[in-house]
Write a protein that binds this ligand. Structure first.
Ligand SMILES: Nc1ncnc2c1ncn2[C@@H]1O[C@H](COP(=O)(O)OP(=O)(O)OP(=O)(O)O)[C@@H](O)[C@H]1O
Length: 268
């Protein structure tokens, strides 16, 4: 793969993949991944269906550990520590590296409790009202919900629910927020709100976002990683990273022909 000169050189690397292979049983889903995720930037993963974008994203907070047939080879470091070392507690990893999913999935609880519940379980001892307000403000939702904090989170619109899920994730004061197609279930106006929010959040968090929407990648991401998939002799479809670079380079002047074809809509 080709690695752009500007990719991560000027900023601290938070997550680093070195020669990572991911298997589901005998199936090699992702092969030979080298990738740096820089601090306080938005990195987008793009590529055709099945190329392993979500798989790699879930490796970063050890969510794939919950899949019995999952196996990882190679090294993923988080602030230079082996994320898969024996003494690392996956629950602690997920506290530091939060996740927002494709479909908004608030708890069937009040808006307030959606924030407070996780914080309490994680031993938060500070002023809960203050945490709820701060998290909702950071997620650009406070003004819309401040008068109905006792109402169910499920009564909000889809876009508001997704911002509630983002507020819930950041209430745990993570370091990294992973987002797996966070806008795919949202209308265009809610999508723009979430995109604006992503812009603001990168001041405090490192963000990795999987998106099928290339305009979205070009709008929100500082860096874009293009993944592709190749058919093996046995007919398996193996994902790999083609290149990662500054987003404008990927969209206007990528090093690889396949990237140009994909971003210009000629395949995928
Ligand atoms: N739990 C699982 N068990 C077995 N195979 C899996 C599992 N999850 C993903 N895969 C396989 O791994 C490959 C990569 O899937 P993944 O969902 O990571 O791709 P993706 O690029 O995110 O796709 P999409 O854009 O369609 O969401 C696919 O071939 C998929 O079928």
């Amino acid at each position: 793969m080709v690695y752009g000169q500007q990719t991560a050189s000027q900023t601290e690397t938070v997550l680093k993949a070195e020669n990572v292979n991911v298997y589901y049983g005998n199936f090699l889903a992702l092969k030979g991944i080298y990738l740096d995720i820089p601090k306080n930037k938005v990195t987008a993963f793009i590529g055709p269906s099945g190329c392993g974008k979500s798989t790699l994203l879930r490796c970063y907070n050890r969510l794939n550990d919950l899949i019995p047939i999952f196996r990882l080879e190679g090294l993923i470091t988080y602030h230079n520590n082996d994320l898969y070392a024996k003494d690392i507690d996956p629950v602690q990893v997920r506290r530091r590296i939060g996740m927002v999913f494709q479909r908004p999935n608030p708890f069937p609880k009040s808006i307030y409790e959606n924030i407070a519940f996780g914080a309490r379980i994680n031993g938060y001892k500070g002023d809960m009202d203050e945490l709820v307000e701060r998290s909702l403000k950071q997620a650009a939702l406070w003004d819309e919900v401040k008068d109905k904090l006792k109402q169910s989170g499920l009564a909000l619109s889809g876009g508001q629910q997704q911002r509630l899920c983002i507020a819930r994730a950041i209430a745990l004061q993570p370091d990294v927020v992973l987002m797996d197609e966070p806008c795919s279930a949202l209308d265009p106006i809610s999508t723009l709100k979430v995109e604006e929010l992503i812009h603001q959040l990168k001041e405090n968090y490192t963000i990795v976002i999987v998106t099928h929407n290339m305009q979205q990648a070009s709008r929100v991401a500082d860096l874009t990683a293009f993944f592709n998939v190749t058919a093996t002799e046995k007919g398996n479809r193996q994902g790999y990273l083609v290149e990662c670079d500054r987003t404008e380079v990927i969209f206007q002047n990528p090093k690889q022909e396949a990237t140009m074809e994909y971003v210009s809509g000629r395949f995928g």
